[in-house]
Design a binder for this molecule. Structure first.
Ligand code: FSX
Ligand code: SF4
Ligand code: F3S
Length: 374
């Protein structure tokens, strides 16, 4: 086997190029960028990374380490210099703290700060201390010299499980505290490791951060709703639902909407970029999506609660159609063209029974109602 001379891994040239091609497509870059991605992953460039852990379960690091594309994760992780990571580094105590201070001082303005976990703010942040410093102090100090911050996981992005009411520690996400740095959020509990690895590759390739949505999530990974790519979607459109765990519909792989699937309101790439290389993701193994990338859904709603579908979108493999504006119904011509597909999508949307309490959509609608009442 011909092994590439550019990495220390036993990677055939063919497999290396295949990985680069897949990565280029995953990042939403045109095929013409493939050469650049290859060049970056072949280079000896190292991006300094400081990784801080706060209130969390370390599932984000775990899922990254367990990522089962050794080629991809090794290739990309080879491009970073992980100068401080509490659960991975060999050093500890003062030695480790010194390594972090040195890295911050010598890489000022050149390193990425990765934050895993929420930051407690109540009582001056005494609920989480590492090396004698509160999470709040460590975050502020490390953020200052970073050129960008990546909040990995829902905890770092929005506060996660720690921030659920009554939130005794005053846990918040990075964006609630740091206002003067670009922040990329990679939510998920835990997130798909490839969304994180691809964000690093995107930066290494283009020397800029990917385009983000209003919650700071890269659009290439969080630009579409789960519901748009879900393999159970034809069942949704046809009105075939599992009604209880273990019933006939569940066994037949029917749509999990009536069991509380949050796929219609959740932006993430799980049905496409699945987990663990076995084609698995929550919905494929019979569990409703619990909206783990969404601040208003995860831990804010029960698993069984149904989401309101405000804006029905067609299944991604159907021909693109205009199924009409919210509340206006479908254009009759369009409905005629798409027939059962869009028609069923709208019918299913009409079945939606409950809005998410406190969701941004609900708040917006309340505001709209308020405005209309004046
Ligand atoms: Fe949070 Fe990461 Fe959930 Fe855990 O550490 S996003 S609790 S899976 O993994 O921060
Ligand atoms: Fe898939 Fe859930 Fe949508 Fe059903 S409601 S099609 S299970 S994402
Ligand atoms: Fe999370 Fe839903 Fe994906 S629960 S892992 S966003 S399917």
């Amino acid at each position: 086997m011909h092994t590439s001379a550019h990495t220390s891994y036993d990677v055939s040239r063919r497999s290396f190029l295949k990985t680069c091609t897949a990565l280029t497509a995953f990042m939403g870059l045109p095929h013409s960028m493939l050469g650049k991605v290859v060049e970056v992953l072949e280079s000896n460039a190292k991006l300094p990374v400081i990784w801080l852990h706060f209130q969390e379960c370390t599932g984000c690091s775990e899922s990254l380490l367990r990522s089962s594309h050794p080629t991809l994760s090794s290739l990309i992780l080879d491009k970073i210099s992980l100068d401080y990571h509490e659960t991975l580094m060999a050093g500890s105590g003062e030695q480790a703290e010194k390594a972090m201070r040195d890295s911050i001082a010598s890489n000022k303005g050149k390193y990425v700060l990765v934050v895993e976990g929420a930051i407690p703010t109540a009582q001056n942040g005494i609920f989480c201390k590492v090396g004698g410093k509160t999470a709040l102090e460590s975050l502020t100090a490390a953020a200052e010299g970073a050129f960008a911050i990546i909040g990995i996981g829902t905890c770092a992005a929005y506060g996660g499980v720690q921030s659920v009411a009554p939130n005794p520690t005053g846990a918040v996400g990075v964006r609630d505290l740091i206002k003067n740095k670009p922040i990329v959020n990679i939510p998920g509990c835990p997130p798909n490791p490839y969304s994180f690895l691809s964000t690093l590759t995107y930066y290494l390739t283009l020397k800029r951060l990917p385009e983000l949505d209003s919650l700071g999530r890269p659009l290439f990974a969080y630009g579409r709703r789960i519901h748009e790519h879900c393999e159970r979607r034809p069942h949704f459109d046809a009105g075939r639902f599992a009604k209880a765990y273990g019933d006939e519909g569940h066994a037949l792989g029917y749509c999990l909407y009536q069991l509380g699937c949050k796929g219609p309101a959740t932006y993430a790439n799980c049905p496409v970029q699945r987990f663990n290389d076995v084609g698995a993701w929550p919905v494929s193994i019979g569990h409703p999506c619990i909206g783990c990338t969404e601040p208003d859904i995860l831990f804010k709603t029960t698993i069984a609660e149904k989401v309101q579908i405000h804006d029905p979108t067609p299944f991604d493999s159907y021909a693109p159609v205009d199924i009409g504006k919210k509340g206006k119904g479908a254009d009759p011509v369009t409905t005629g063209v798409v027939g059962a597909a869009a028609g069923a999508a709208l019918t299913a949307a009409a079945l939606m029974v409950k809005k998410l309490p406190g969701s941004s959509q609900e708040k917006k609608e309340k505001q709209d109602d308020g405005t209309a009442a004046k």
